[in-house]
Design a protein around this ligand. Structure first.
Ligand code: UT7
Length: 336
């Protein structure tokens, strides 16, 4: 049976560090509140003169290719996960294809917009294409520029303090080594809660003649609406379920996990999962303290840093788990 293996991971984060103290100057918030409720100390914001969603994805991909000793020309497919694309359309995948000089090769680019679950959804898509034999080398990217859509005001402070910018990438390749690589992926969605974490405008379904109107600029409707408490409550339940599902599907137990890399939503969520699973702290990766919640980018950035720090070694059992807008949630179990 053909497997897909992650042969390289990489990331890119913008240079600009924004601390909680910086945010204190912009709205009624405090370093203490942010740390206590989210665990975040600082995040990165993009530089509009040089960083775009697609080129941050490209820079993360280049690092992943280099670490994998794979040439960009070997890539057969791009899967690009973001909810903050460069344009309304086309998606950022084709822009990254061009940036990497792969436009002449006309390889396919798929864009997915499953928010915080986007990277794990993308991994699942890539895995299916490799397992069926259609493609040999696939890059999965998660990239976000959240900062340009945030409102630094008291009415939006519960949203603005959480999010940050960044990108991460994984190179997947076909392998015939039995029992190694992506063992399984598990995806779920429940549209009942679509409006509990969403950006409404400019959407096409508001029974307005025009999609974008001048009065929208003052409305919160063009900013992220998040029912934080409800999202939190669902997140902790779904994270636990989808991790259990991945373990059960492969006849593994929580004791077999070498590293759990959860979506970096909120340190309190991660700590809850760690304690419920009774995993040692060293087995659950967290970098939300430095980057905030980077939505689709959070898992690949974490994977890339964990790998560089020597926390992921050959043959380790790595579990990825995500939850976010939709609601969508997903997991992947990987024998590295
Ligand atoms: O990425 C995937 C999806 N997202 C998530 O998983 C996020 C899940 N939710 C959360 O992480 C948390 O709900 C938040 C961090 C967003 C909010 O934390 P919370 O503990 O749920 O706060 P809250 O909304 O219940 O608000 C508690 C209090 C309120 O004041 P009162 O009414 O008790 O006086 C808020 O007005 O904290 C206030 N508050 C703030 N105070 C200082 C809300 N945001 C802030 C802020 N600074 N930034």
């Amino acid at each position: 049976m053909r497997n897909s293996r992650i042969v390289g991971v990489g990331h890119f984060v913008p240079d600009q560090v924004v601390s909680n103290q910086d945010l204190e100057k912009l709205m009624d918030t405090s370093n203490d509140w942010i740390i206590e409720r989210t665990g975040i100390s600082e995040r990165r914001f993009f530089d509009h003169t040089k960083d775009t969603c697609a080129n941050m994805g490209a820079r993360a991909t280049k690092m992943a290719l280099e670490r994998a000793h794979v040439d960009a020309s070997e890539i057969d497919l791009i899967v690009f996960a973001t909810i903050t694309p460069d344009y309304m359309f086309p998606g950022s995948g084709v822009l990254m294809q061009r940036e990497l000089g792969l436009d002449k090769k006309t390889i396919a680019a798929i864009d997915i917009r499953n928010a915080c679950s986007g990277f794990v959804y993308g991994l699942s898509i890539a895995d299916q294409f490799i397992k069926t034999g259609m493609y040999k080398t696939v890059v999965v990217v998660g990239a976000e520029i959240q900062s340009s859509a945030l409102e630094f005001s008291d009415r939006q402070r519960h949203v603005s303090v959480i999010f940050g910018d960044g990108a991460g990438a994984a190179i997947l390749q076909a392998s015939d080594v039995a029992g190694k690589g992506i063992l399984s992926t598990h995806m779920h969605a429940d549209g009942t809660f679509a409006e509990e974490l969403y950006v409404r405008d400019p959407g096409s379904s508001r029974k307005r003649e025009e999609r974008l109107t001048a009065d929208m600029l003052d409305e919160v409707s063009i900013k992220a609406h998040m029912n934080g408490n409800l999202v939190f409550k669902h997140a902790v339940v779904r994270f636990m379920e989808v991790i259990a599902e991945a373990l059960q599907a492969n006849g593994k137990t929580k004791e077999d996990i070498d590293l759990l890399v959860p979506h970096q939503a909120n340190l309190r969520i991660t700590n809850f999962i760690q304690q419920k699973l009774q995993l040692d702290e060293s087995k659950v990766y967290s970098n939300i303290q430095r980057y905030g919640n980077t939505t689709a980018a959070s898992i690949p950035i974490a994977l890339s840093e964990a790998w560089a720090e020597g926390k992921i070694k050959e043959n380790d059992l790595v579990c990825l788990a995500a939850f976010g807008s939709g609601f969508t949630w997903a997991s992947a179990l990987i024998q590295w």
